[in-house]
Design a protein around this ligand. Structure first.
Ligand SMILES: [Zn+2]
Length: 203
């Protein structure tokens, strides 16, 4: 199915050197992990974990990795080839990170008209939505405070709305600027992977 990227297929496309990232990507732990790879970059890709409340994918975007993309694109343009870039994450980006990722791709596309020839794939293990992602009772009081600084007082008291969970709107922003969103599977699909697939299938 087109909305799914299985890990074995990812290794075939982006290189077997990515294999060590399997453990970090295949578990939806509270710490986020992302891996950036491309058909043009040799080696094991660029891995990033969350730190100090900043999610892995935002830290990646803020890091100095864009020159790799720019160099890879200019080399492939000269050779008349098109590339595929992969951002794999152990859960879908939160609303805030989705906005950053959408903006980053938009920037690349406005700076490099040829970028539209290349593919940008975001593959995530499962849908990350607060309570659906992790029951509040499973979280430490500290994590609860950090994750939900402004709990909603209305409606379902367990359902907190925050910028720090995935929203349909955030994912749509990414899709609209050209990110190809995929469910990352490791043979089996997780229940939250199925939720994410539902979203993709209807957009
Ligand atoms: Zn985030």
């Amino acid at each position: 199915m087109t909305h799914i990227l299985d890990w074995e297929a990812a290794l075939a496309i982006y290189g077997a050197d990515l294999a060590p990232a399997r453990n970090s990507l295949s578990e939806a732990t509270q710490a986020t992990f992302c891996l950036f790879a491309s058909t043009a970059l040799a080696g094991g890709g660029i891995g990033m974990t969350s730190r100090g409340g900043d999610h892995a994918e935002c830290r990646l975007i803020a890091s100095n990795f864009w020159p790799h993309i720019e160099q890879a694109m200019s080399r492939s343009d000269a050779a008349g080839k098109s590339l595929s870039f992969l951002l794999a994450i152990n859960r879908t980006p939160c609303a805030r990170c989705a906005r950053v990722l959408a903006g980053a791709l938009q920037d690349v596309r406005s700076k490099y008209p040829s970028a539209s020839k290349h593919e940008f794939v975001m593959a995530a293990l499962g849908y990350y939505q607060g309570k659906a992602f992790m029951r509040e009772a499973e979280m430490s009081p500290f994590a609860r405070l950090k994750r939900f600084p402004a709990p909603s007082q209305k409606g379902d008291p367990d359902l907190r709305y925050s910028d720090s969970v995935t929203t349909d709107r955030g994912l749509r922003e990414m899709i609209n600027v050209g990110w190809k969103c995929r469910v990352l599977t490791f043979g089996d699909m997780t229940p939250r992977g199925a939720e994410y697939l539902n979203f993709l299938a209807s957009h």
